[in-house]
Design a protein around this ligand. Structure first.
Ligand SMILES: Nc1ncnc2c1ncn2[C@@H]1O[C@H](COP(=O)(O)OP(=O)(O)OP(=O)(O)O)[C@@H](O)[C@H]1O
Ligand SMILES: [Mg+2]
Length: 379
């Protein structure tokens, strides 16, 4: 028989004669190591990469099964053969059932049978190794597959979203343009009427205020629609964010049961952004906040500088948003309002990103919502 050199066999028996015979039997075929006691074998195991262990059952320090169990802790995966001096059916059954022993042979052994058993043990070891390797590869492939699947699902949902955007864009572009001119005429007429009859105050003034307010809301809708229909460029320039906040609040006259509080940072550096687009963002967020407070509440806006950014927070004490619905808020056409279109927040997100900003929503159901915007400071 030829020495394979890579298959390592450990022989453990307290009888020197037995170890010598076994060493002679296998030394030409395998990389064989003989030990006269279990502790000796256990001490050597970390340096030997054993594939098969051939051990005696009865030994003075420790029995064969206990030795194999300790050996497994040092090197799991060896295939083990047990030798015993007498036939004990129960011992054999226990040994096999323990899962530690592959075969059980009785002394004196038949050499051919022993050689065959040891060879089968090495083959079995190879099968186990191959199986382990394939299982490992399968797990890696499975993980890759799962990753690809989720990527595919993500791409598919983005595709559906972009198709939706295209349809919305085509449909709304023409409607938006058609509405723009009549709306601007209504706006001019309202302000002329105000300057004509505004002095009288009272009901006329109130009615004209309503007209102006509704014009702002309609203007917002048209701007949202047009922003969807084409990729408008930003005309970035240094802007005072507090001026934009103030003008946006002036434009959106809120209902009497909503009180507005502002805490605008003093001497804030300017941000680099498109002022029209900033206004559109703020008008959208102010309207959303006030629309979430149907029974009144507090709309608070505060601004401050933090590092290289300016932060603006818009908070309301309205209905709040369910945690699972927060990501949906940015989906085009997602609305929970009877008169809503569901474009506001998707336009806000688009405009914020176009102006190199960030947006974050924190909300608690029945408590309120805070939207935080950041924009880079103009250098
Ligand atoms: N501050 C807020 N408080 C509670 N819910 C909000 C708030 N802001 C947004 N939402 C939720 O997100 C949805 C989408 O908002 P978005 O502004 O995109 O659309 P909309 O306000 O419904 O309609 P519009 O297109 O006219 O703005 C709202 O319908 C509402 O359910
Ligand atoms: Mg809105």
């Amino acid at each position: 028989m030829q020495n394979t050199g890579t298959n390592t066999l450990l022989i453990v028996d307290d009888e020197k004669r037995v170890v010598d015979v076994l060493l002679r039997t296998f030394r030409d075929v395998y990389d064989v190591h003989g030990f006269l006691s279990a502790p000796e074998a256990l001490a050597a195991m970390p340096d030997l990469h054993a594939h098969v262990i051939l051990t005696d059952e009865k030994m003075p320090d420790i029995n064969g099964l206990s030795f194999l169990s300790k050996a497994r802790d040092i090197q799991p995966g060896t295939v083990n053969i047990m030798l015993t001096a007498y036939s004990d059916q129960n011992l054999a059954i226990n040994a096999i059932n323990s899962g530690l022993v592959y075969r059980y042979l009785i002394k004196p052994w038949d050499t051919d049978e022993l050689c065959l058993t040891v060879r089968q043990a090495f083959e079995y070891h190879m099968l186990l190794e191959t199986n382990r390797r394939l299982t490992g590869e399968l797990t890696i492939k499975n993980t890759e597959l799962e990753k690809n699947l989720s990527l595919l699902q993500h791409t598919q949902s983005r595709l559906v979203q972009s198709e939706r955007l295209t349809v919305v864009g085509q449909l709304t572009a023409s409607i938006g343009h058609e509405l723009r001119n009549p709306l601007s005429r209504i706006k001019t007429a309202a302000s002329l009427l105000k300057s004509e009859f505004g002095r009288e105050g009272g009901e006329v003034q109130d009615l004209l205020n309503i007209v102006e307010n509704e014009v702002v809301v309609s203007d917002k809708i048209i701007n949202d629609l047009l922003d969807f229909s084409k990729d408008r460029k930003s005309n970035s320039a240094p802007v005072h964010i507090n001026e934009i906040i103030t003008s946006s609040l002036e434009r959106t006259r809120l209902s009497a049961n909503v009180s507005v509080q502002t805490e605008l940072g003093k001497d804030l550096p300017m941000v680099l952004a498109d002022s029209g687009q900033l206004q559109q963002i703020l008008v959208n967020l102010i309207l959303n906040g006030s629309q979430a407070m149907v029974n009144g509440g507090i709309l608070k806006i505060w601004s401050h500088a933090s590092g290289s950014h300016i932060s603006v927070h818009i908070s309301d004490t309205g209905t709040g948003i369910k945690p699972s619905d927060i990501p949906r808020v940015f989906e085009p056409l997602y609305t929970t309002r009877a008169k809503g279109i569901g474009l506001g927040m998707s336009v806000v997100k688009m405009l914020v990103e176009r102006n190199n900003g960030t947006i974050q929503i924190e909300s608690q159901l029945d408590m309120g919502t805070t939207v935080t915007l950041t924009f880079p400071i103009s250098q």
